[in-house]
Design a protein around this ligand. Structure first.
Ligand code: NAD
Length: 418
């Protein structure tokens, strides 16, 4: 359990917002104070929702930041699967919750870390924001079928003046700020074409997800209903539960799982708004069986300022492409290598090392979130960037699934398929 259970000044204001229960009322309350006037708790007490692979990492990294002097503590853990919940809660002597709504309403929780499967991110983030908490949410912001929930989340974050950090941690690599500055200074003239990609060999990220217990069944220790959220109903299966990334109801494949990281970087660096049109093609060209999500996915997004963004990728071959922004007066090649540029040859066991920044983007991105919770300034992956990134993902997924061109009507904030 948490050693510091006294409600902090920051909590008092948040629980007031939570008690109001309506976003309109909360918005009115917020209108009377600027973000700077909000007080953040001295000790930040974090609650984790989703204690699987990534959630365990977020808890460990937050705990480490606490040990390194950031005054952060993991005080609560929620998971609908008992063994994972107990494992992580025991490690941090945190309170266990079976239901996320009970965790977000715990007055000892100041911020909520969301690391459940994609389809549940918006639900948990909304619950937390309506309870007056700040949120670090894993990517993608929502599932690709949840455009309405996305807009609801964006509205709620704005109205509550909550801190919301999208968990695309590569944003913490300073090379992207340098790229943005360079482009803003006009180094390449008007950017007109972007080339980017993510290539990997194998289906380890989907078929390779660990099965903790091949005999697991729904019951008091595994809430299958809560796992499914608003997804179409299926009878329980070990694959759907433990290897959910293989299925379209819970995931989207390369576009929403990995490409989202890189798309968010470029959208931020170029200051891109919403795309005007998006087309995407791909399929299951290599990995089959019960896997539903594509292994190969290429996308072209056209932006209103006059720019095409081409994103390529397959999980059948890991030969990469350079990240290139082509402008009317020059070309920018971005090397996104947080660990440095010295790469050992194949067979040499030495780790890549140190000409670069040598930072751990994962913990730096969390640190940026906790800093924002204290300062009330926008984090680097704020809700506006999250919104623009997620609209692009949803348009790409719909184009791929419906075999049409997805267009964005900015005035109506709607996606039109043609
Ligand atoms: N930023 C990154 O680099 C990175 C890396 C890995 C995963 N992720 C993201 O993290 C999220 C989780 O991925 P993972 O690999 O940890 O999956 P996982 O299956 O290991 O963990 C998900 C956990 O959520 C739990 N859960 C399911 N429904 C729940 C509910 N209603 N309430 C509470 N808990 C619930 C599951 O029991 C499971 O323990 C995904 O959205 C993924 O995209 C991000």
């Amino acid at each position: 359990m948490a050693s510091d259970t006294n409600p902090s000044p920051g909590f008092k204001r948040r629980s007031f917002l939570g008690a109001l229960g309506s976003t309109a009322a909360a918005g009115a309350a917020n209108a009377q104070e600027t973000p700077a006037a909000k007080s953040a708790p001295k000790r930040i007490r974090a609650g984790l929702v989703g204690a699987g692979n990534r959630g365990s990492y977020l808890a460990r990294a937050s705990d480490q930041l606490g040990k390194d002097g950031e005054d952060i503590e993991i005080v609560a853990v929620c998971d609908i699967y008992q063994p994972r919940r107990e494992r992580v809660a025991t490690r941090f002597r945190a309170k266990e919750y079976k239901r996320s709504i009970d965790l977000v309403n715990d007055p000892n929780v100041d911020v909520v870390l969301v690391a459940t499967p994609d389809r549940l991110h918006a639900t948990h983030a909304l619950e937390a924001i309506r309870a007056g908490k700040d949120v670090y949410s894993e990517k993608p912001v929502t599932h690709w079928q949840q455009f309405d929930q996305l807009k609801e989340l964006v509205r709620a974050v704005r109205e509550h003046k909550a801190v919301y950090q999208m968990g695309t941690q590569r944003l913490a690599n300073p090379v992207w700020r340098q790229a943005a500055d360079s482009i803003k200074r006009g180094s390449i003239g008007k950017p007109v074409h972007v080339q980017m990609g993510y290539f990997r060999r194998g289906d380890s990220g989907e078929r390779g997800m660990p099965i903790d217990d091949p005999n697991a069944k729904p019951g008091p220790d595994l809430d299958w209903e809560a796992f499914q959220g608003d997804a179409p109903r299926h009878s329980f299966s070990i694959e759907r539960f433990f290897q959910w990334r293989m299925f379209m109801d819970y995931s989207g494949g390369p576009c929403t799982d990995n490409n989202v990281h890189f798309l968010s970087l470029m959208i931020k660096a170029l200051g891109l708004d919403f795309p005007s049109r998006v087309v995407a093609l791909g399929g299951k060209y290599v990995f089959n069986g019960s896997r539903e999500v594509p292994d190969t996915f290429d996308m072209v997004a056209e932006y209103p300022a006059g720019l095409n963004f081409v994103f390529m990728g397959t999980y059948a071959n890991d030969v990469p492409v350079d990240t290139v922004v082509r402008g009317t007066e020059g070309t920018l090649t971005v090397k996104d290598e947080p660990d440095g540029m010295v790469q050992p040859l194949a067979g040499v066991t030495r780790r890549p090392q140190g000409l670069g920044y040598g930072i751990d983007v994962n913990s730096e991105h969390l640190r940026d979130f906790y800093r924002s919770v204290r300062t009330r300034e926008k984090p680097q992956g704020d809700i506006e960037l999250a919104y623009r990134t997620q609209v692009l993902l949803i348009m790409a997924m719909r184009s791929f699934m419906e075999r049409k061109v997805a267009a964005f009507d900015a005035a109506a904030e709607s996606i039109v398929m043609a």
